[in-house]
Design a protein around this ligand. Structure first.
Ligand code: ADP
Ligand code: MG
Length: 772
C-alpha cells in the first residue's frame, strides 16, 4: 500500500442559508453576517448591549446566502471527489440544525440543474472523469443506508423491515454486513439508485421532515480503478466516497420523558453526541481513547475522523435571531472539528476489490467460450477432410474424440472467429436439414426405420440448438460483465468535451486562487498585529502613548470577546451537564426499579443462572445471553430445578397448593385426564323369600319345633288319659340335635308310644338282620 505520510486537517466550511419566507414575514433580525473573503462568520447577540462585541469564527471557507451549489462543488467538494477517483477514501458531512440546508447541500432540488447538490454533482463528475480516462478500467458501485435510533436500514433492499449489523474485519475494517450495493454504468443508473433509496426512506416515515431530522442518511459510492502499472501488472485502487446527511443537531428535549420515550429521546441523537465526543477526544491531545464504539455512526465513519480518509464538513446555519443559540453551538462544534488530523492514503490492491473478481470471472468465462469454439473448429476441419472424399452423408457421428491431436488452432482474429462460428452453425443446421429431407424422400427405407432415423436427426438438431444457446449465453454473460467495467477514452477526440475540460480546469484554477487569496489574507491579518509593534518607531512619547492606548483598547476588546466566549461556553456546559444529570437521574430511577423487581420477585438461583449466562458481545457492544447447553461443566442442565423435584415438570407453589386443595385438572402436573371405572349394568336380582300363609306358617312352626322344647310328662301316660298323638314322650332327655326336624322323626315317637308297648321303655326295636 502506498502511503502519503503527511497528515491533513478535516476541512470545515460554513454555509448560511437565506432567510425564508416565514422569517421574513415575522421580521426576524438577521444576526449572522458572512465575510466570504476572509472566511469569517460573525454572529451578534440579539439581546446583547450595543457595546458587546460580536462573535467571530474563522473557517477554511464560508458561503453566504447567495452561494451557488456549483460554486460550493467546484471549490470545496470537487478536490475531494478527485482524490476519491485516485483511490483515497473521502467523506462529506452536512451538519446543522434542522431546516438550515443540510439536505439542500447534499441533494439539492432534484429537477433544477442549478440547484443540484453534492450527490448528483458528484455523479456527473465521476462518470465524466471515467469517460475521459485512458487505459483504465473502472467499476462504480452505490449503496444507501440510514441510521435511525441506532438501527441500520438498507435503503436499497427489498426488505425494509430488516436491520443490518456492523461487523469488523482486521484487513478491511468496519463494514455493514449484507448491505446491498449496485453496480452502475452511467449517471442515469446511479441517479435511479439514489431515487429508489430516497423513496424507501420516506416510505417508512409517517412524517418525513421529522424522520429525516432524526436520522442519518449515508450514500456510499465505491469507485474501483484498474490500471496497468510500470511493473506490467494490473493494479487496483479503490476509493470510497461517503456522503452523509446527518440528523438535525438541535438538542432533543429529554425533560419530562420517561420509560420508552426517554430511551427514544436518548437514542435519537446518540450518534450525534458520540460524534461530538469523538471530535473532542481527537482534538484534545491528551485523550488516549477515542470513543468510536459508542455509536453506529462513529464506528462506520471511523476512517473519516482521524483515520485514513479525506473529510469535508459542511456546517449549515440559519441567519435569524431566534436560531442564534443553535447557530453558535454549530459554529463551536465545527470550529473544534477543524483541528482533527487525518492521514489520507490511497487504497491500493485491497483484497476485497470487486473489480478483480470481475476481471477473473470474465477471463474464466472467456476461456470457456474459447474452448468451445476451438472444439467446433477442430470438428469442422475434420469434417472438411472426409468431405473432400465425397462421403458426407454417411458418418453422422458428432461426438468425436477430443483427445484427437490437432496441429495449430489457427490464430485468427476475434471477428473472424465470430464469423466462422456463425458459418459453422449455419452449415451444421443446413446439413442436418438436408439429411432429414433425404431420409424423408428415401422410399427404399421401411417406415419404421425411417422414423427412427428421423428421430435421430431431430435429436441431433436439438443438441445442436442447445449447444448454440449455451455458447450464446456464455457470450452474453461475458458481454454483460464487461459492460459493467467502464473504460474511458472513447470520445477523447470530441471537441466539445475538450473545451469543457479546459473550462473546468479554468474554474478549478479560479477556485484554487480564491482559496489561496483567502488564506493569505487570513495570514496577513494575524501577522499584521504581530509585526506592528516591531516596526513602529515613535517620534514622541505622546505618540507612543496614543498608539499603545489604541492597541490596548484593541487587545482589551479581544480579551472581552474571549471572556464572553468562555462565559458562553461555560454556560452551555452547565446546561448540558444539567441535562445529562437529569437523564442520569431518570435512568438511575429506572435501574433502581428494575433492581427492586429482581430482588423481590426473581429467585436468587434463577438470577444467578442468568448472570452466569450473560456475556458482553464486543462486536456489537451488547449484553447477550448464552444459549442453554448440555455441557458437562455447566451445572445448569445437570440438576433438576427445585420446583420440579418429585414432579415430572416444574410446578409453581400456587399450583401445588391448588392441587391439594381441589383436584382441578388445571393444576395437575401429569395424568390430567380423570378416568373413573366404567362399571357394567347388573344382570341378577336380590333374593326374595316366598310368602307363606299364616296358617301354614304356624303349622310349620309347630312341626319344626325342637324336640327339646317339648315337655314330656310320662305320668300322664300312665293315667287314663290318652296322650294326644303330638305329645310324644320320653323319659330321658335326648341330646339336642342340630338336625332339622323332619316330619318323619316326629312320627317315630308317635309310633313308639303305641299302647301295645306300654310298660317298656319306648324305644324302637331293632329289627335285626334276620327276620324273627
Ligand atoms: P435540513 O435538511 O437541514 O433540515 P433543508 O435542506 O431541508 O434543511 O432546507 C430547508 C429549506 O431551506 C428547504 O426548503 C431548502 O430549499 C431551503 N434552503 C436551504 N439552504 C438553502 C440555500 N442555500 N439556498 C436556498 N434555499 C435553501
Ligand atoms: Mg434534511
Amino acid at each position: 500500500m502506498s502511503k502519503s505520510k503527511s497528515s491533513e486537517s478535516v476541512k470545515v466550511v460554513v454555509r448560511c442559508r437565506p432567510m425564508n419566507e416565514k422569517e421574513k414575514a415575522a421580521n426576524f433580525e438577521r444576526v449572522v453576517s458572512v465575510d466570504v473573503k476572509f472566511g469569517q462568520v460573525v454572529v451578534k447577540n440579539p439581546r446583547g448591549t450595543a457595546h458587546e462585541h460580536p462573535k467571530v469564527f474563522t473557517f477554511d471557507s464560508v458561503y453566504d446566502s447567495n452561494s451557488k451549489q456549483v460554486e460550493l462543488y467546484d471549490e470545496t467538494f470537487r478536490p475531494l471527489v478527485d482524490s476519491v477517483l485516485l483511490g483515497f477514501n473521502g467523506t462529506i458531512f452536512a451538519y446543522g440544525q434542522t431546516g438550515t440546508g443540510k439536505t439542500y447541500t447534499m441533494e439539492g432540488v432534484r429537477n433544477d440543474p442549478e440547484k443540484r447538490g453534492v450527490i448528483p454533482n458528484s455523479f456527473d463528475h465521476i462518470f465524466t472523469h471515467i469517460s475521459r480516462s485512458q487505459n483504465q478500467q473502472y467499476l462504480v458501485r452505490a449503496s444507501y443506508l440510514e441510521i435511525y435510533q441506532e438501527e441500520i436500514r438498507d435503503l436499497l433492499s427489498k426488505d425494509q423491515a430488516r436491520r443490518l449489523e456492523l461487523k469488523e474485519r482486521p484487513d478491511t475494517g468496519v463494514y455493514v454486513k449484507d448491505l446491498s450495493s449496485f453496480v452502475t454504468k452511467s449517471v442515469k443508473e446511479i441517479e435511479h439508485v439514489m431515487n429508489v433509496g430516497n423513496q424507501n426512506r420516506s416510505v417508512g416515515a409517517t412524517n418525513m421532515n421529522e424522520h429525516s431530522s432524526r436520522s442519518h442518511a449515508i450514500f456510499v459510492i465505491t469507485i474501483e480503478c484498474s490500471e496497468l502499472g510500470l511493473d506490467g501488472e494490473n493494479h487496483i485502487r479503490v476509493g470510497k466516497l461517503n456522503l452523509v446527511d446527518l440528523a438535525g443537531s438541535e438538542r432533543q428535549t429529554k425533560t419530562g420523558a420517561q420509560g420508552e420515550r426517554l430511551k427514544e429521546a436518548t437514542k435519537i441523537n446518540l450518534s450525534l453526541s458520540a460524534l461530538g465526543n469523538v471530535i473532542s477526544a481527537l482534538v484534545d491531545g491528551r485523550s488516549t481513547h477515542i470513543p468510536y464504539r459508542d455509536s453506529k455512526l462513529t464506528r462506520l465513519l471511523q476512517d473519516s475522523l482521524g483515520g485514513n480518509a479525506r473529510t469535508v464538513m459542511v456546517a449549515n446555519i440559519g441567519p435569524a435571531s431566534y436560531n442564534v443559540e443553535e447557530t453558535l453551538t454549530t459554529l463551536r462544534y465545527s470550529n473544534r472539528a477543524k483541528n482533527i488530523k487525518n492521514k489520507p492514503r490511497i487504497n491500493e490492491d485491497p483484497k476485497d476489490a470487486l473489480l478483480r473478481e470481475f476481471q477473473e470471472e470474465i477471463a474464466r468465462l472467456k476461456e470457456q467460450l474459447e474452448k468451445r469454439s476451438v472444439k467446433r473448429r477442430r470438428r469442422k476441419r475434420r469434417r472438411r477432410r472426409p468431405g473432400e472424399n465425397g462421403d458426407e452423408l454417411d458418418d453422422g457421428d458428432e461426438g468425436e474424440d477430443e483427445d484427437d491431436d490437432d496441429d495449430g488452432d489457427g490464430d485468427e482474429g476475434p471477428e473472424e472467429d465470430e464469423k466462422e462460428d456463425a458459418d459453422y452453425w449455419r452449415e451444421q443446421q443446413e446439413k442436418l436439414e438436408k439429411e432429414r429431407k433425404a431420409i424423408m424422400e428415401d422410399h427404399s427405407l421401411v417406415a419404421e426405420e425411417k422414423l427412427k432415423l428421423l428421430r435421430e436427426k431431430e435429436k441431433k438438431m436439438d443438441d445442436l440448438k442447445r449447444e448454440r444457446e449455451a455458447a450464446e449465453m456464455l457470450a452474453a454473460k461475458v458481454k454483460a460483465m464487461e459492460s459493467k467495467l467502464l473504460v474511458g477514452g472513447k470520445n477523447i477526440v470530441d471537441h466539445t468535451n475538450e473545451q469543457q475540460k479546459i473550462l473546468e480546469q479554468k474554474r478549478h484554477e479560479i477556485a484554487e486562487q480564491k482559496r489561496r487569496e483567502r488564506e493569505m489574507q487570513q495570514q496577513m491579518e494575524s501577522r499584521d498585529e504581530e509585526t506592528l509593534e516591531l516596526k513602529e518607531t515613535y517620534s514622541s512619547l505622546q505618540q507612543e502613548v496614543d498608539i499603545k492606548t489604541k492597541k490596548l483598547k484593541k487587545l482589551f476588546a479581544k480579551l472581552q470577546a474571549v471572556k464572553s466566549e468562555i462565559h458562553d461556553v461555560q454556560e452551555e456546559h452547565i446546561k448540558e451537564r444539567q441535562e445529562l444529570e437529569q437523564t442520569q437521574n431518570e435512568l438511575t430511577r429506572e435501574l433502581k426499579l428494575k433492581h427492586l423487581i429482581i430482588e423481590n420477585f426473581i429467585p436468587l438461583e434463577e438470577k444467578n443462572k442468568i448472570m452466569n449466562r450473560t456475556f458482553l458481545d464486543e462486536e456489537n457492544d451488547h449484553w447477550k445471553l448464552r444459549p442453554i447447553t448440555r455441557i458437562e461443566d455447566n451445572q445448569q442442565m445437570m440438576t433438576r430445578p427445585v420446583s420440579a423435584v418429585g414432579y415430572k415438570r416444574p410446578l409453581s407453589q400456587h399450583a401445588r397448593t391448588a392441587m391439594t386443595m381441589r383436584p382441578d385438572v388445571r393444576y395437575r402436573a401429569e395424568n390430567i385426564l380423570l378416568l373413573e371405572l366404567d362399571l357394567p349394568t347388573r344382570t341378577t336380582k336380590e333374593y326374595e323369600e316366598p310368602v307363606i300363609a299364616p296358617k301354614v306358617a304356624a303349622a310349620l312352626e309347630d312341626a319344626l319345633r325342637d324336640e327339646d322344647e317339648i315337655q314330656v310328662d310320662a305320668s300322664s301316660f300312665h293315667s287314663s288319659l290318652p296322650t294326644p298323638p303330638g305329645a310324644c314322650v320320653s323319659t330321658t332327655k335326648k341330646p339336642k340335635s342340630s338336625r332339622p326336624k323332619t316330619g318323619k322323626k316326629a312320627s317315630t315317637p308317635t309310633s313308639a308310644t303305641s299302647p301295645s308297648s306300654s310298660g317298656h321303655p319306648l324305644y324302637p326295636q331293632s329289627r335285626g338282620l334276620v327276620p324273627k
